[in-house]
Write a protein that binds this ligand. Structure first.
Ligand code: SF4
Ligand code: SF4
Length: 193
Protein backbone atom coordinates (compact mmCIF):
# COMPACT_ATOMS: atom_id res chain seq x y z
CA UNK A 1 0.00 0.00 0.00
CA UNK A 2 1.20 3.48 -0.80
CA UNK A 3 2.34 4.98 2.55
CA UNK A 4 1.10 8.40 1.42
CA UNK A 5 -2.42 6.99 1.32
CA UNK A 6 -2.17 6.07 5.02
CA UNK A 7 -1.08 9.49 6.22
CA UNK A 8 -3.12 11.63 3.81
CA UNK A 9 -6.44 12.96 5.06
CA UNK A 10 -9.63 11.52 3.54
CA UNK A 11 -11.07 13.87 0.89
CA UNK A 12 -13.74 16.27 2.10
CA UNK A 13 -17.24 15.72 0.73
CA UNK A 14 -18.04 17.96 -2.27
CA UNK A 15 -20.63 20.00 -0.33
CA UNK A 16 -18.10 20.85 2.40
CA UNK A 17 -15.49 21.87 -0.17
CA UNK A 18 -17.97 24.17 -1.91
CA UNK A 19 -19.06 25.58 1.45
CA UNK A 20 -15.43 26.32 2.40
CA UNK A 21 -14.80 28.01 -0.95
CA UNK A 22 -17.82 30.30 -0.74
CA UNK A 23 -17.05 31.09 2.92
CA UNK A 24 -13.49 32.07 2.10
CA UNK A 25 -14.48 34.25 -0.86
CA UNK A 26 -17.14 36.06 1.18
CA UNK A 27 -14.71 36.64 4.04
CA UNK A 28 -12.08 37.93 1.65
CA UNK A 29 -14.50 40.28 -0.07
CA UNK A 30 -15.88 41.76 3.15
CA UNK A 31 -12.43 42.02 4.76
CA UNK A 32 -10.99 43.81 1.73
CA UNK A 33 -13.88 46.19 1.26
CA UNK A 34 -14.24 47.07 4.95
CA UNK A 35 -10.51 47.18 5.67
CA UNK A 36 -10.99 44.99 8.74
CA UNK A 37 -9.96 41.35 9.18
CA UNK A 38 -13.29 39.66 9.95
CA UNK A 39 -11.74 36.26 10.59
CA UNK A 40 -9.91 37.58 13.68
CA UNK A 41 -13.19 37.56 15.64
CA UNK A 42 -13.12 34.82 18.27
CA UNK A 43 -16.66 35.51 19.57
CA UNK A 44 -15.93 36.89 23.00
CA UNK A 45 -19.25 38.80 22.58
CA UNK A 46 -17.92 42.03 24.07
CA UNK A 47 -19.44 43.85 21.07
CA UNK A 48 -22.86 42.32 21.70
CA UNK A 49 -22.94 43.23 25.39
CA UNK A 50 -22.01 46.86 24.69
CA UNK A 51 -24.20 47.56 21.64
CA UNK A 52 -26.96 50.08 22.47
CA UNK A 53 -29.12 48.88 19.56
CA UNK A 54 -29.17 45.19 20.32
CA UNK A 55 -32.93 45.09 20.92
CA UNK A 56 -33.74 45.98 17.32
CA UNK A 57 -31.36 43.41 15.86
CA UNK A 58 -32.17 39.89 14.71
CA UNK A 59 -28.53 38.72 15.05
CA UNK A 60 -26.04 40.02 17.59
CA UNK A 61 -23.13 41.86 15.93
CA UNK A 62 -20.70 38.97 16.50
CA UNK A 63 -23.29 36.55 15.06
CA UNK A 64 -23.19 38.58 11.83
CA UNK A 65 -19.45 37.90 11.73
CA UNK A 66 -20.16 34.22 12.36
CA UNK A 67 -22.55 34.15 9.38
CA UNK A 68 -19.72 35.63 7.32
CA UNK A 69 -17.26 33.06 8.60
CA UNK A 70 -19.71 30.32 7.58
CA UNK A 71 -20.11 31.90 4.14
CA UNK A 72 -23.86 32.39 4.53
CA UNK A 73 -24.07 35.29 2.08
CA UNK A 74 -27.84 35.41 1.63
CA UNK A 75 -28.60 35.22 5.35
CA UNK A 76 -26.18 37.98 6.22
CA UNK A 77 -27.29 40.31 3.43
CA UNK A 78 -30.96 39.84 4.32
CA UNK A 79 -30.66 40.35 8.08
CA UNK A 80 -31.97 43.35 10.02
CA UNK A 81 -28.83 43.89 12.04
CA UNK A 82 -26.80 45.37 9.20
CA UNK A 83 -29.45 48.11 8.84
CA UNK A 84 -30.05 48.71 12.54
CA UNK A 85 -26.37 49.37 13.31
CA UNK A 86 -25.80 53.13 13.41
CA UNK A 87 -22.00 52.92 13.32
CA UNK A 88 -21.56 54.38 16.80
CA UNK A 89 -18.25 52.48 17.28
CA UNK A 90 -19.06 51.50 20.88
CA UNK A 91 -18.19 47.92 19.94
CA UNK A 92 -15.03 48.69 17.97
CA UNK A 93 -13.64 50.69 20.89
CA UNK A 94 -13.98 47.64 23.15
CA UNK A 95 -13.10 44.84 20.72
CA UNK A 96 -9.88 43.03 21.78
CA UNK A 97 -9.15 42.33 18.09
CA UNK A 98 -9.83 45.92 16.95
CA UNK A 99 -12.51 44.79 14.52
CA UNK A 100 -14.20 47.78 12.94
CA UNK A 101 -17.78 46.53 13.14
CA UNK A 102 -19.25 49.76 11.78
CA UNK A 103 -17.15 49.39 8.61
CA UNK A 104 -18.25 45.76 8.25
CA UNK A 105 -21.93 46.70 8.59
CA UNK A 106 -21.50 49.54 6.14
CA UNK A 107 -19.88 47.20 3.62
CA UNK A 108 -22.69 44.68 4.03
CA UNK A 109 -25.35 47.35 3.47
CA UNK A 110 -23.63 48.36 0.23
CA UNK A 111 -23.33 44.72 -0.86
CA UNK A 112 -27.04 44.16 -0.15
CA UNK A 113 -27.99 47.22 -2.23
CA UNK A 114 -25.69 46.13 -5.07
CA UNK A 115 -27.42 42.74 -5.13
CA UNK A 116 -30.87 44.37 -5.09
CA UNK A 117 -31.72 42.75 -1.74
CA UNK A 118 -34.45 44.60 0.13
CA UNK A 119 -33.31 45.85 3.55
CA UNK A 120 -34.32 43.45 6.31
CA UNK A 121 -36.19 46.28 8.05
CA UNK A 122 -39.03 48.19 6.42
CA UNK A 123 -38.40 51.86 5.52
CA UNK A 124 -34.93 51.84 7.05
CA UNK A 125 -33.26 52.85 3.78
CA UNK A 126 -35.13 56.18 3.85
CA UNK A 127 -33.88 56.75 7.37
CA UNK A 128 -30.26 56.17 6.31
CA UNK A 129 -30.74 58.44 3.28
CA UNK A 130 -32.14 61.22 5.48
CA UNK A 131 -29.20 60.94 7.89
CA UNK A 132 -26.79 61.25 4.93
CA UNK A 133 -28.72 64.23 3.57
CA UNK A 134 -28.44 65.98 6.94
CA UNK A 135 -24.69 65.28 7.10
CA UNK A 136 -24.27 66.56 3.57
CA UNK A 137 -25.99 69.91 4.21
CA UNK A 138 -25.11 70.61 7.83
CA UNK A 139 -22.11 68.39 8.58
CA UNK A 140 -24.04 66.86 11.48
CA UNK A 141 -27.25 64.95 12.07
CA UNK A 142 -30.17 67.32 12.70
CA UNK A 143 -32.46 64.81 14.41
CA UNK A 144 -35.70 66.74 14.18
CA UNK A 145 -35.19 67.38 10.45
CA UNK A 146 -34.37 63.71 9.88
CA UNK A 147 -37.49 62.58 11.74
CA UNK A 148 -39.66 65.13 9.97
CA UNK A 149 -38.53 64.15 6.47
CA UNK A 150 -38.77 60.46 7.32
CA UNK A 151 -42.39 60.97 8.44
CA UNK A 152 -43.18 62.83 5.22
CA UNK A 153 -42.08 59.73 3.29
CA UNK A 154 -43.81 57.16 5.43
CA UNK A 155 -46.72 58.98 7.05
CA UNK A 156 -46.45 57.35 10.46
CA UNK A 157 -47.01 60.73 12.11
CA UNK A 158 -47.97 59.48 15.55
CA UNK A 159 -45.55 56.60 15.74
CA UNK A 160 -42.72 57.32 18.22
CA UNK A 161 -44.35 60.59 19.33
CA UNK A 162 -43.63 59.66 22.96
CA UNK A 163 -39.93 59.26 22.21
CA UNK A 164 -39.86 62.59 20.36
CA UNK A 165 -41.56 64.39 23.25
CA UNK A 166 -39.12 62.90 25.76
CA UNK A 167 -36.18 64.02 23.62
CA UNK A 168 -37.65 67.52 23.33
CA UNK A 169 -38.15 67.71 27.10
CA UNK A 170 -34.50 66.71 27.65
CA UNK A 171 -33.31 69.27 25.06
CA UNK A 172 -31.97 66.49 22.83
CA UNK A 173 -33.75 67.86 19.76
CA UNK A 174 -32.61 71.13 18.23
CA UNK A 175 -35.48 72.94 16.52
CA UNK A 176 -33.23 74.52 13.90
CA UNK A 177 -30.22 72.88 12.25
CA UNK A 178 -26.77 74.31 12.86
CA UNK A 179 -23.94 73.91 10.36
CA UNK A 180 -20.38 72.92 11.20
CA UNK A 181 -17.81 75.57 10.32
CA UNK A 182 -15.59 73.33 8.17
CA UNK A 183 -18.29 72.37 5.65
CA UNK A 184 -15.91 72.80 2.71
CA UNK A 185 -13.71 70.04 4.11
CA UNK A 186 -16.66 67.67 4.17
CA UNK A 187 -18.05 68.33 0.70
CA UNK A 188 -15.67 65.97 -1.09
CA UNK A 189 -17.22 63.05 0.85
CA UNK A 190 -20.53 63.44 -0.99
CA UNK A 191 -21.40 63.21 -4.68
CA UNK A 192 -22.52 66.47 -6.29
CA UNK A 193 -26.28 66.90 -6.91
S1 SF4 B 1 -15.67 42.10 20.52
FE1 SF4 B 1 -14.45 41.71 18.67
S2 SF4 B 1 -13.58 39.65 18.95
FE2 SF4 B 1 -15.21 39.90 20.46
S3 SF4 B 1 -17.03 39.01 19.45
FE3 SF4 B 1 -17.04 41.20 19.01
S4 SF4 B 1 -15.98 41.44 17.06
FE4 SF4 B 1 -15.51 39.41 17.85
S1 SF4 C 1 -21.29 50.21 15.74
FE1 SF4 C 1 -23.21 49.11 15.36
S2 SF4 C 1 -22.90 47.07 16.22
FE2 SF4 C 1 -21.33 48.41 17.09
S3 SF4 C 1 -22.18 49.14 19.04
FE3 SF4 C 1 -22.68 50.67 17.46
S4 SF4 C 1 -24.72 50.07 16.70
FE4 SF4 C 1 -23.87 48.31 17.80
Amino acid sequence: MNPRAIISKPPLPQAVTEFNKSGRSLLREVSQRSGTEVNLCFHCRTCATGCPFLKGMDYHPNAVLRLLQYGLRQAVLECKTIWVCVGCHTCSNQCPMSIDMAAVMNTLRLMALEKGINPGKRNILTFHQEVMRSLKYYGRAHKLGIMWRYKIHHQGWFQDVDVGLKMLAKHKLELWPSRVKAMEELRFLFPKD
